[in-house]
Design a protein around this ligand. Sequence first.
Ligand SMILES: Nc1ncnc2c1ncn2[C@@H]1O[C@H](COP(=O)(O)OP(=O)(O)OP(=O)(O)O)[C@@H](O)[C@H]1O
Ligand SMILES: [Mg+2]
Length: 263
Amino acid sequence: MEPLLLVKNLVRTYGRGRDAVRAVHQVSFTIQKGECLGLVGESGSGKSSLARLLLALEKPDHGDIRMLGASLVKAKKNTLRKMRQHIQVVFQDSNASLNDRLPVWRSVLESLDNFPEVKPPFLVDVRENRRATSVRLLEMVGLGLEHLDRYPHELSGGQRQRVAIARGISLKPELLIVDEPTSSLDVTVQANILKLLKQLQTELEMSFLFISHDIAAVHQMSNRILVMKDGAIVDEFASEQISEPERHDYTKCLLSAVYDLEQ
Ligand SMILES: Nc1ncnc2c1ncn2[C@@H]1O[C@H](COP(=O)(O)OP(=O)(O)OP(=O)(O)O)[C@@H](O)[C@H]1O
Ligand SMILES: [Mg+2]
Protein backbone atom coordinates (compact mmCIF):
# COMPACT_ATOMS: atom_id res chain seq x y z
CA MET A 1 0.00 0.00 0.00
CA GLU A 2 1.27 3.46 -0.83
CA PRO A 3 2.23 5.24 2.39
CA LEU A 4 0.51 8.49 3.31
CA LEU A 5 3.87 10.17 3.74
CA LEU A 6 7.25 9.16 2.41
CA VAL A 7 10.36 10.99 3.56
CA LYS A 8 13.59 10.29 1.75
CA ASN A 9 17.18 11.30 2.57
CA LEU A 10 16.10 14.58 4.09
CA VAL A 11 18.90 17.00 4.99
CA ARG A 12 18.69 20.42 6.63
CA THR A 13 21.78 22.26 7.83
CA TYR A 14 21.72 25.59 9.63
CA GLY A 15 24.67 27.97 9.37
CA ARG A 16 27.89 27.50 7.42
CA GLY A 17 31.44 26.25 7.82
CA ARG A 18 32.64 25.44 11.32
CA ASP A 19 29.40 26.70 12.88
CA ALA A 20 27.15 24.52 10.70
CA VAL A 21 24.55 22.45 12.59
CA ARG A 22 23.25 19.32 10.89
CA ALA A 23 19.74 19.62 12.31
CA VAL A 24 18.32 16.92 10.02
CA HIS A 25 20.72 14.42 8.51
CA GLN A 26 19.75 11.82 5.88
CA VAL A 27 16.37 11.10 7.43
CA SER A 28 14.08 8.56 5.72
CA PHE A 29 10.83 7.05 6.93
CA THR A 30 7.19 6.48 6.01
CA ILE A 31 3.87 7.06 7.74
CA GLN A 32 0.96 4.79 6.84
CA LYS A 33 -2.64 5.92 6.77
CA GLY A 34 -4.18 5.79 10.24
CA GLU A 35 -0.84 5.19 11.94
CA CYS A 36 0.63 7.07 14.87
CA LEU A 37 4.37 7.36 14.33
CA GLY A 38 6.34 8.49 17.38
CA LEU A 39 9.48 10.61 17.16
CA VAL A 40 11.62 10.78 20.27
CA GLY A 41 14.99 12.34 21.04
CA GLU A 42 16.63 14.72 23.47
CA SER A 43 16.41 18.50 23.19
CA GLY A 44 18.26 19.74 20.10
CA SER A 45 18.16 16.38 18.30
CA GLY A 46 16.30 17.92 15.34
CA LYS A 47 12.67 16.91 15.94
CA SER A 48 11.11 20.34 15.39
CA SER A 49 13.41 21.04 12.44
CA LEU A 50 12.10 17.87 10.82
CA ALA A 51 8.51 18.92 11.63
CA ARG A 52 9.07 22.32 9.97
CA LEU A 53 10.27 20.57 6.80
CA LEU A 54 7.17 18.33 6.75
CA LEU A 55 4.96 21.39 7.19
CA ALA A 56 6.81 23.02 4.28
CA LEU A 57 7.62 26.00 6.51
CA GLU A 58 11.23 25.48 5.39
CA LYS A 59 12.86 23.81 2.39
CA PRO A 60 15.30 20.94 2.84
CA ASP A 61 18.85 21.18 1.43
CA HIS A 62 18.41 17.69 -0.03
CA GLY A 63 15.87 14.93 -0.14
CA ASP A 64 12.19 14.61 -0.81
CA ILE A 65 8.87 14.51 1.06
CA ARG A 66 6.00 12.83 -0.75
CA MET A 67 2.42 13.03 0.41
CA LEU A 68 0.14 10.48 -1.30
CA GLY A 69 2.61 10.30 -4.16
CA ALA A 70 3.13 14.04 -4.79
CA SER A 71 6.31 15.89 -3.81
CA LEU A 72 5.94 18.64 -1.23
CA VAL A 73 9.45 19.84 -1.93
CA LYS A 74 8.94 20.30 -5.65
CA ALA A 75 5.33 21.48 -5.48
CA LYS A 76 4.46 24.89 -6.95
CA LYS A 77 2.88 27.46 -4.66
CA ASN A 78 -0.74 26.61 -5.51
CA THR A 79 -0.32 22.85 -5.19
CA LEU A 80 1.59 23.33 -1.94
CA ARG A 81 -1.23 25.40 -0.54
CA LYS A 82 -3.70 22.61 -1.30
CA MET A 83 -1.38 19.99 0.24
CA ARG A 84 -1.06 22.04 3.41
CA GLN A 85 -4.71 21.49 4.09
CA HIS A 86 -3.90 17.82 4.71
CA ILE A 87 -0.97 18.35 7.13
CA GLN A 88 -1.84 20.31 10.24
CA VAL A 89 0.08 20.90 13.44
CA VAL A 90 -0.25 21.36 17.18
CA PHE A 91 2.81 23.03 18.69
CA GLN A 92 4.16 22.75 22.19
CA ASP A 93 3.70 26.31 23.19
CA SER A 94 0.04 27.27 22.92
CA ASN A 95 1.01 30.66 24.36
CA ALA A 96 2.90 31.40 21.18
CA SER A 97 0.66 29.53 18.74
CA LEU A 98 -2.61 31.21 19.80
CA ASN A 99 -3.15 34.84 18.94
CA ASP A 100 -3.76 36.56 22.29
CA ARG A 101 -5.98 39.20 20.65
CA LEU A 102 -8.45 36.63 19.30
CA PRO A 103 -11.22 35.11 21.43
CA VAL A 104 -11.22 31.33 21.60
CA TRP A 105 -14.00 30.81 19.08
CA ARG A 106 -12.07 32.81 16.44
CA SER A 107 -8.75 31.06 17.13
CA VAL A 108 -10.39 27.70 16.51
CA LEU A 109 -11.38 28.86 13.01
CA GLU A 110 -7.96 30.12 11.92
CA SER A 111 -7.04 27.04 9.84
CA LEU A 112 -10.51 26.91 8.25
CA ASP A 113 -10.21 30.62 7.42
CA ASN A 114 -7.05 29.84 5.45
CA PHE A 115 -9.11 27.53 3.22
CA PRO A 116 -12.38 29.37 2.54
CA GLU A 117 -13.05 27.07 -0.44
CA VAL A 118 -13.18 24.01 1.85
CA LYS A 119 -16.48 23.06 3.44
CA PRO A 120 -15.84 22.61 7.18
CA PRO A 121 -15.76 18.80 7.61
CA PHE A 122 -17.54 18.83 10.98
CA LEU A 123 -20.37 21.13 9.98
CA VAL A 124 -23.67 19.30 10.44
CA ASP A 125 -25.89 21.79 8.68
CA VAL A 126 -24.69 24.18 5.95
CA ARG A 127 -26.93 26.89 7.39
CA GLU A 128 -24.89 26.90 10.58
CA ASN A 129 -22.78 29.97 11.13
CA ARG A 130 -19.08 30.23 11.91
CA ARG A 131 -19.67 30.41 15.62
CA ALA A 132 -21.63 27.15 15.52
CA THR A 133 -18.73 25.46 13.71
CA SER A 134 -16.44 26.64 16.46
CA VAL A 135 -18.80 25.33 19.16
CA ARG A 136 -18.77 21.88 17.52
CA LEU A 137 -14.99 21.79 17.33
CA LEU A 138 -14.62 22.92 20.93
CA GLU A 139 -17.08 20.24 22.00
CA MET A 140 -14.88 17.64 20.32
CA VAL A 141 -11.97 18.64 22.55
CA GLY A 142 -14.02 18.86 25.73
CA LEU A 143 -14.50 22.64 25.97
CA GLY A 144 -17.90 24.27 26.48
CA LEU A 145 -19.82 27.42 25.67
CA GLU A 146 -18.32 29.19 28.67
CA HIS A 147 -14.92 29.18 26.92
CA LEU A 148 -16.07 30.67 23.59
CA ASP A 149 -15.54 34.36 24.29
CA ARG A 150 -12.49 34.06 26.52
CA TYR A 151 -9.03 35.14 25.44
CA PRO A 152 -6.02 32.79 25.66
CA HIS A 153 -4.73 34.40 28.88
CA GLU A 154 -8.07 33.57 30.52
CA LEU A 155 -7.55 29.84 29.98
CA SER A 156 -5.37 27.25 31.72
CA GLY A 157 -2.44 25.72 29.82
CA GLY A 158 -4.41 22.52 29.27
CA GLN A 159 -7.44 24.42 27.96
CA ARG A 160 -5.22 26.44 25.61
CA GLN A 161 -3.75 23.23 24.26
CA ARG A 162 -7.29 21.92 23.68
CA VAL A 163 -8.04 25.05 21.61
CA ALA A 164 -4.89 24.41 19.56
CA ILE A 165 -5.99 20.79 19.05
CA ALA A 166 -9.47 21.89 17.93
CA ARG A 167 -7.83 24.17 15.35
CA GLY A 168 -5.48 21.34 14.32
CA ILE A 169 -8.31 18.90 13.55
CA SER A 170 -10.70 21.48 12.06
CA LEU A 171 -9.83 20.59 8.46
CA LYS A 172 -9.84 16.85 9.28
CA PRO A 173 -6.26 16.57 8.03
CA GLU A 174 -4.73 13.30 6.81
CA LEU A 175 -1.75 13.96 9.08
CA LEU A 176 -1.57 15.82 12.36
CA ILE A 177 1.89 16.68 13.61
CA VAL A 178 1.90 17.13 17.37
CA ASP A 179 5.20 18.58 18.55
CA GLU A 180 5.66 18.22 22.33
CA PRO A 181 1.94 18.82 22.96
CA THR A 182 2.17 18.29 26.70
CA SER A 183 5.66 19.44 27.69
CA SER A 184 4.49 22.60 29.40
CA LEU A 185 1.68 20.89 31.34
CA ASP A 186 1.58 19.13 34.70
CA VAL A 187 1.30 15.35 34.84
CA THR A 188 -2.47 14.95 35.28
CA VAL A 189 -3.31 17.46 32.56
CA GLN A 190 -0.69 15.81 30.35
CA ALA A 191 -2.40 12.43 30.73
CA ASN A 192 -5.81 13.91 29.85
CA ILE A 193 -4.47 15.62 26.72
CA LEU A 194 -2.79 12.40 25.55
CA LYS A 195 -6.05 10.54 26.09
CA LEU A 196 -7.93 13.15 24.06
CA LEU A 197 -5.39 12.99 21.21
CA LYS A 198 -5.55 9.19 21.08
CA GLN A 199 -9.35 9.27 21.07
CA LEU A 200 -9.47 11.86 18.25
CA GLN A 201 -6.90 9.95 16.23
CA THR A 202 -9.00 6.78 16.37
CA GLU A 203 -12.35 8.51 15.80
CA LEU A 204 -11.19 10.65 12.89
CA GLU A 205 -8.84 8.01 11.43
CA MET A 206 -6.02 10.52 11.15
CA SER A 207 -2.33 9.70 10.98
CA PHE A 208 -0.17 11.27 13.67
CA LEU A 209 3.45 12.21 13.92
CA PHE A 210 3.77 12.40 17.69
CA ILE A 211 6.92 14.24 18.77
CA SER A 212 8.26 14.25 22.31
CA HIS A 213 11.46 13.97 24.33
CA ASP A 214 9.42 11.72 26.68
CA ILE A 215 9.82 8.13 25.51
CA ALA A 216 7.06 6.93 27.86
CA ALA A 217 4.52 9.30 26.25
CA VAL A 218 5.70 8.32 22.78
CA HIS A 219 5.41 4.64 23.66
CA GLN A 220 1.90 5.13 25.00
CA MET A 221 0.72 6.96 21.87
CA SER A 222 2.50 5.32 18.94
CA ASN A 223 2.31 2.22 16.77
CA ARG A 224 5.89 2.69 15.61
CA ILE A 225 8.75 4.75 17.01
CA LEU A 226 11.71 6.60 15.48
CA VAL A 227 14.59 7.62 17.73
CA MET A 228 16.47 10.75 16.66
CA LYS A 229 19.95 11.77 17.79
CA ASP A 230 22.06 14.62 16.39
CA GLY A 231 19.76 14.98 13.37
CA ALA A 232 19.78 11.29 12.39
CA ILE A 233 17.37 8.41 12.99
CA VAL A 234 19.37 5.90 15.05
CA ASP A 235 16.61 3.39 15.87
CA GLU A 236 13.22 2.43 14.43
CA PHE A 237 10.87 -0.20 15.81
CA ALA A 238 7.28 -1.25 16.45
CA SER A 239 6.05 0.01 19.81
CA GLU A 240 5.85 -3.50 21.29
CA GLN A 241 9.54 -4.07 20.51
CA ILE A 242 10.64 -1.27 22.83
CA SER A 243 12.29 -3.53 25.43
CA GLU A 244 13.94 -5.94 23.02
CA PRO A 245 17.71 -6.43 23.39
CA GLU A 246 18.54 -5.23 19.86
CA ARG A 247 17.42 -1.66 20.71
CA HIS A 248 20.08 1.00 20.12
CA ASP A 249 22.13 2.01 23.18
CA TYR A 250 20.67 5.51 22.94
CA THR A 251 17.10 4.14 23.06
CA LYS A 252 18.07 2.13 26.14
CA CYS A 253 19.54 5.27 27.63
CA LEU A 254 16.27 7.20 27.10
CA LEU A 255 14.35 4.28 28.62
CA SER A 256 16.58 4.00 31.67
CA ALA A 257 16.15 7.71 32.37
CA VAL A 258 12.38 7.20 32.60
CA TYR A 259 12.86 4.06 34.66
CA ASP A 260 15.18 5.86 37.11
CA LEU A 261 12.67 8.65 37.59
CA GLU A 262 9.97 6.16 38.47
CA GLN A 263 12.07 4.51 41.20
N1 LIG B 1 16.51 28.49 12.64
C1 LIG B 1 17.61 27.93 13.14
N2 LIG B 1 18.82 28.50 12.95
C2 LIG B 1 19.95 27.90 13.42
N3 LIG B 1 19.96 26.76 14.10
C3 LIG B 1 18.80 26.15 14.32
C4 LIG B 1 17.56 26.70 13.86
N4 LIG B 1 16.55 25.86 14.23
C5 LIG B 1 17.14 24.85 14.90
N5 LIG B 1 18.47 25.00 14.95
C6 LIG B 1 19.43 24.07 15.57
O1 LIG B 1 19.16 22.77 15.07
C7 LIG B 1 19.26 21.78 16.08
C8 LIG B 1 17.95 21.04 16.22
O2 LIG B 1 16.98 21.90 16.81
P1 LIG B 1 15.46 21.47 16.97
O3 LIG B 1 14.71 22.64 17.48
O4 LIG B 1 14.99 20.85 15.72
O5 LIG B 1 15.56 20.34 18.11
P2 LIG B 1 14.40 19.62 18.92
O6 LIG B 1 14.74 18.17 18.88
O7 LIG B 1 13.07 20.04 18.43
O8 LIG B 1 14.64 20.15 20.41
P3 LIG B 1 13.56 20.41 21.60
O9 LIG B 1 13.27 19.05 22.19
O10 LIG B 1 14.30 21.27 22.56
O11 LIG B 1 12.36 21.07 21.01
C9 LIG B 1 19.68 22.52 17.35
O12 LIG B 1 21.09 22.44 17.46
C10 LIG B 1 19.24 23.96 17.07
O13 LIG B 1 20.06 24.87 17.76
MG1 LIG C 1 11.40 20.97 19.36
